[in-house]
Ligand binder design. Sequence first.
Ligand SMILES: [Zn+2]
Length: 259
Amino acid sequence: VPELPEVEAYRRLLAAHALGRPVADVLAPDPWYLKGGASGRAVRLAVRGRQFSAARRIGKLALLDTKGGPTLGLHFGMTGRLLLDGVAGVDRLQYASSRDNPAWDRFVITFADGGRLAMRDPRRLGGVWLDPDEGRLGPDALTLSPGQLRDALAGSHAPLKARLMDQRRIAGVGNLMADEALWRAGLHPARAAGSLSAAEERRLHRHLRATVDDLIARGGSHAGDLARLLNGRCPRDGEALVRATVGGRTTFWCPHHQR
Ligand SMILES: [Zn+2]
């Protein structure tokens, strides 16, 4: 599943290679893939002939600003990938099919220089927005400040993990990322979000930011040793991990050191 680290890799690819190139055409063969009432014709009219001026990201949403025109919002769903001039932004996603089929290109931009930007999405759970409502998303987890984390948690009786994953409060925290950050911070995922002390909030902020940084450095949520949490024993103290549903999501935690 493309989480914040994968989408950040896509953003960097777009920033490095998609800006400043005049758009020749927009191909949207799958109307389902256009969200918020946008049509292929509307996107084509809005973008054709323009250049992208910036590649941004909020949480799992990649944003492409056009010079003097609208912004495109790209969401990659469960299995979406970005291909730019035939190069994939992330080599392979864990749950994506290893087969590669151009028929899965749901949205394509061709450049006047002959290049091509494609969203390839077998399960088509992603989508493209024209001028998405960015205000619906909370501050991004990669640049989250201590005050923003405090605001996201304050006064909430919701489970801590559910609050961390609420994209309107903090954008970009996925399931494994939340488990990893809470494990590192020694905090129980089912605690009331508003119950943390100031010291616990600082600790969570530090570990959440470090977890995001580490995942980006490794190139994705599913790379590296996050899977250690799935192996049954806490790597810190050897305690048997608990697996249960918290906030509607499968959750792992250590009953010994997460409180
Ligand atoms: Zn432990």
